[in-house]
Design a protein around this ligand. Sequence first.
Ligand code: AMP
Length: 250
Amino acid sequence: MKIVVAVKRVIDYNVKVRVKADNSNVDLNNVKMSINPFCEIAVEEALRLREAGVASEIVVVSIGPKQAQDVIRTALAMGADRGIWIDSADAEMNALDIACLLGRVVEAEQPGLVLLGKQAIDSDNNQTAQMLAALCDFPQATFASAVTVEGDQVVVTREIDGGLQTLALDLPAVISTDLRLNEPRYVKLPEIMKAKKKPLTTTTPEQLGVHLENTLSLLRVEPPAERSPGIRVESVDQLIENLKHQAKVL
Ligand code: AMP
């Protein structure tokens, strides 16, 4: 079985995000970018399925400008077999554009399983996997915390409010990964070197027959309101007194 994994390049999760002075967007100048953490978990899960003998090939796809290739190389260094970069140049894209492009890749590659992150930590959309499943007419399981392939079905445990839900889906299927699914492996230098030689093909939205039509415009980005500083109290009694006093004021 072939697995397609969608990986996005986003601001590294350790970076404190800055807003541009004119509030037009987030400032990406000289900011460290990395593979989206949920996408890294998706790559790791694909690798584990291959190691378990369930998957035979792992294809990673990223859509974005030239630098999107970096996250494909990261996934190849982790162990994926080949990459596809969809060169979107500087086009603004929404989740439906991404899902349409991924849909074309799925059509061409015919995978048994498509893995995505549950959300990209820059846009926090949490939309692409759901839209892709609908476009491909595949069953979907979002927020996966356990994945097992059993014959021509995949059994997925999902993290939902107040507990866990277990679903069995017919393959091919779309799964989006949650934080507790696995802990991605550490990539060693020789693997990074080896990944440079792995095949990476390039295509464009035009070649895939997708006309990008962004229907969203970003109006303004505001940093969160500054919080007033806290105070240190000497004892639990004083803490309780302060809380009582604040409750009266409110
Ligand atoms: P989102 O719906 O934007 O929160 O993203 C959910 C998931 O969709 C991500 O974790 C990726 O797996 C995939 N995805 C979103 N944008 C891209 C992109 N530009 N290239 C590849 N995959 C993407």
